[in-house]
Design a protein around this ligand. Structure first.
Ligand SMILES: NC(=O)c1ccc[n+]([C@@H]2O[C@H](COP(=O)([O-])OP(=O)(O)OC[C@H]3O[C@@H](n4cnc5c(N)ncnc54)[C@H](OP(=O)(O)O)[C@@H]3O)[C@@H](O)[C@H]2O)c1
Length: 373
């Protein structure tokens, strides 16, 4: 079989959801996983545990064999360069990354050098027809213009000054390096917007970013205006769009926003109403206060009162980081994606109640750990 699909990051949120989507479409035999552990058996177990959390059945998971694992770290790919299975890979879905807003010392090593090493590993292999790089729509930087409506442009800013955090710059840099170092790599950029929860499983697989909405409502304040839109997508829809892009014979574009876009982005007011209904509380509504990032510190007493058990200094730092992105109020246009005939994302308000139910017994401090690993 010369049509293997190599997925990196299957022990993570999006890579795992993408693998589950592929399994559900009957592609299990074609999957190859690049995953880290001491042995291939241990890596298979790690992948299997995560796919189960993301909704794969036991029967689907049991069909994944240990010979579908390439046990490797992105920073040690030379060790697997002679693996003959790589010659049978037709599609790469590169989802592995350090997805953190903190100033992690290995960000460039993993996200940039690791991506370049992966491309080098697959470059010019006989079967390779598509290399899907999972980027991030936020790599457009904080001065993307267009009155908050961001087009699917290939070029991204590389200057650190234009990025709110080193992570988005590392993702932009990885794209630029792929294009300059491997000019004829069959490269497709798939850039998700903000991923929150799962349409069926809510936030059970991951509470990443969900807690920001909870905290904003509990405080009655955040950096975004109540009537501004926020571009959020569920992980399973995003995974479905990635598998669609992987399976198309031909693609019309080289870059895709996997986003809610104009059609499915909802305003913060709509989120407030849906979240309040699910929590059984009143929406903040007219009492909501839009606060500039530099003034978020004035909310410290409210944080101590409304969000017990939380480290208020850590929470303030987190709110400043996430508030920076929310305050941009970007809506990522997804014309290229819709032109491929891929169904639009459901709006966050459609599945927010499931997120609330699944996270009801998990403290905000626990939820935040998903984003501060
Ligand atoms: N989540 C979002 O809101 C969002 C939005 C836009 C774009 N994205 C992009 O989507 C992709 C997946 O993000 P995610 O949220 O799924 O992240 P995640 O849950 O943190 O998963 C990261 C994955 O990368 C793997 N990884 C990290 N370092 C590695 C290394 N040195 N070698 C091999 N594998 C390594 C991890 O493996 P281990 O389990 O071994 O650590 C894990 O499987 C990333 O490229 C991210 O930039 C995410």
């Amino acid at each position: 079989m010369n049509n293997l699909i190599l997925i990196t990051g299957a022990t993570g949120f999006l890579g795992g959801a993408t693998a589950v989507e592929a399994l559900k479409r009957g592609l299990g035999d074609r999957l190859l996983f690049l995953s880290r552990a001491d042995t291939a058996e241990a890596a298979l177990l790690r992948v299997a545990v995560n796919l189960k959390i993301l909704g794969a059945t036991d029967a689907e998971i049991c069909r994944i064999a240990v010979d579908q694992i390439i046990c490797a770290d992105l920073s040690g790919l030379d060790l697997v360069a002679h693996d003959a299975r790589l010659d049978r890979v037709s599609t790469v879905i590169h989802s592995a990354a350090l997805a953190t807003f903190s100033n992690h010392p290995s960000l460039e090593k993993i996200n940039v050098d690791g991506t370049v090493a992966l491309a080098k590993l697959l470059y010019k292999r006989p079967s390779l027809a598509r290399f899907i790089y999972i980027g991030t729509a936020m790599a457009c930087g904080e001065h993307a213009g267009d009155a908050g409506s961001i087009a699917e442009r290939l070029d991204l800013p590389l200057d650190a000054q234009q990025h709110l955090v080193p992570y988005t710059r590392s993702k932009a840099l990885a794209e630029a390096m792929l294009r300059s170092e491997f000019p004829d790599l069959p490269l497709v950029m798939a850039r998700p917007s903000i991923i929150v929860g799962h349409t069926r499983l809510g936030c059970a697989p991951s509470q990443s970013i969900f807690w920001v909405f909870m905290v904003a409502q509990m405080l009655g304040a955040f950096t975004i205006a109540l009537d501004q839109k926020i571009d959020v997508i569920p992980v399973d829809w995003c995974a479905g769009a990635i598998v669609d892009l992987a399976l198309r014979d031909k693609l019309s574009s080289r870059v895709y926003h996997l986003s809610a876009g104009d059609r499915s982005s909802v305003s913060f007011r709509e989120v407030d109403i849906a979240l309040a209904a699910a929590r059984g509380v009143s929406p903040v509504g007219a009492a909501y206060e839009q606060v500039a990032i530099e003034s978020l510190g004035k909310l410290l007493p409210q944080m101590r009162e409304c969000i017990p058990g939380c480290n208020d200094r850590l929470l303030l730092r987190a709110l400043k980081l996430y508030g920076g992105f929310a305050g941009l109020s970007y809506v990522f246009r997804n014309d290229n994606l819709l032109a491929e005939g891929i169904a639009p994302s459901p709006p966050l308000t459609d599945y927010l109640a499931r997120c609330v139910d699944s996270a009801r017994d998990i403290s905000i401090a626990e939820q935040m750990k998903w984003d501060f690993k």
